[in-house]
Design a protein around this ligand. Sequence first.
Ligand code: SAM
Ligand code: SF4
Length: 337
Amino acid sequence: MTQSTPLQLIDSFNRRIDYVRLSVTDRCDFRCTYCMAEEMTFLPRSKVLSLEEIARIARVFVQLGVAKLRVTGGEPLVRRDVTTLFQELGSLRSEDGLKELAVTTNGSQLVRFAPALRAAGVTTLNVSLDTLDAARFRALTRTGTLEDVIAGIDAAREQDFPRIRINAVVLRGSNEGDIRPLLDFALNRGLDIAFIEEMPLGQVNLAGKPLEYLPSDTILSEVKQHYNLNSEATPEHSGPARYWRVDGSSSRMGLISPHSNNFCASCNRLRVTAEGQLLLCLGNEHSISLRDLLRDGASDFELSSAIVAALNDKPEQHVFDQPDQPQIMRFMNASGG
Ligand code: SAM
Ligand code: SF4
């Protein structure tokens, strides 16, 4: 590859990559049962990318044609000085370049951060909320307080983000009774909501019985008993969620179904972990270390070339439903969902 060859993010299955998820920390103030073990060992700080390194990687991806960046974690808003990163990323936005700057957060810090995120140019907020029952919320997150998250969501609503979506992981025998209250919560506030099938990553629950995802079809039947859904609405940006508009409201209800509706054929995304591993697929281990390249003095062209070359190893699809073992040993907080 020479400097004159135009570099493009197209993988060997002809999928164009225009969406990158950046995990800015593996740390979190919650310990959600489906995401982390109760006792976690986090990365030493020297292994985590600096905010400047993350911003540089983001810039290289935008030069390669990435139109959407999502900042995630762990909990991105617990990373010190993260606002400066959002300002850097916001400055990459342009009509024909980076169009969408998104954040996925547990909402615990949003009261403090919502104005700064909006001012920096964040367009899309996903806030995770699995239940409206305070005790169940505490049990699911192990350390979280429901009222802080609701206050955070309401603080964000005052900032006029173009789009706010609630993310709810639904587990059989745990929060399946929350589907309707959560949908009402979203509708009353004019927010979108996505219900997610739990994915078996990491050994999250060594002591207890295995977590069991609730299939999206079961959720859809339950929702249809109480609401009229208009035919599937097209998302603005292709992604794994299938959306329906809820009749008489501005809200959309989405389903993310890694088990029951494999969306790999239209996969348009890559992930960068907090330690700078470029993950080619959430459900596989293929990766390269961008951190090593950066710290060995790679130029932007060398970084871009390494990313383009790595795309040859992007797997065709994930396989989650293996008996006995989670196929992937990394926890979800390492990859950012
Ligand atoms: N801490 C932030 C949050 O919770 O929104 C961002 C990171 S979290 C890993 C990103 C998303 O992944 C959240 O919506 C969370 O609910 C979801 N998630 C975590 N573990 C999951 C699992 N095992 N299966 C499916 N979704 C999961
Ligand atoms: Fe933290 Fe998000 Fe994982 Fe919950 S899902 S433990 S809030 S990183």
